[in-house]
Design a protein around this ligand. Sequence first.
Ligand code: AMP
Length: 281
Amino acid sequence: MEIIRKVSSMREISSQILAARRTIGFVPTMGCLHDGHLALVRRMKQLADVVVVSIFVNPSQFGPDEDFGKYPRQLTRDTDLLIAEGVDYVFSPEAEEIYPEGPATTVEVEDLSTRLEGASRPGHFRGVTTVVMKLLQIVRPTLVVLGQKDAQQAVIVRRMIDTLFLGTELLVLPIVRDEDDVALSSRNAFLSSGERRASRAIYRALCDAREAAEAGERDPEAIVGRAREIIEAEDRLRIDYLELVDGNLLRPVTAVEGRMLLVAAVYAGVTRLLDNVEIAT
Ligand code: AMP
């Protein structure tokens, strides 16, 4: 496995792979890898000839008061894990490589970027789409894979790929959970044992609401209300948002029909956790 630090080197390698008519599977990450990331890597190993994983804690998707400085970084452990998975290249550039000095170019998907996560974290998705666009231009993957854990991110990146005619195929894989059903996340490392125990209520609440919908409940507020009650019963949890939205446009649903997402951002202490379930009628 080779670790690539320079944009120019990564571009050169990708050119050679594509010239040899081999496919590139790409897994963008911010590192501190867990089994959720590794599930994406394993799938790419099955689908593509060459697998590239990026590890880049992207400064532009963190707000000024967010945890950019504190975000866990462990490149040596990450690269060991990726060697064991048979990954071909890790692209881990310095921020200066990705964001050269001078006037910046940004990419933004309108409307979708201002909802849910975007309402709580203004500018977050501009940072995400800008860095994903840059990474796609550098790596030029045939196929890119994202996790359903960040459901809104997946919807927004799909929209960017479609509307900018990027031609890269996007695959979104299901959320990987720990044994206690908490969605795997690099930020789980920040949870105290009490917060961790309380966090189990998030997925339990989402499942309870989904079951209500599947059993015939047709009032969106009643569905969300069931989940809210379960989460609010935990002292250590505080809901940032909890919404039942349309699966494509991410707008709050007025009628329970089609493919929907019940999405949650919940603070456990100071740690902000994301989770979601799909609800289909
Ligand atoms: P991150 O390093 O948090 O930016 O995540 C990199 C990719 O891994 C994103 O596409 C995430 O959606 C995905 N991912 C993170 N956690 C999980 C999980 N528990 N299950 C599946 N995918 C995940």
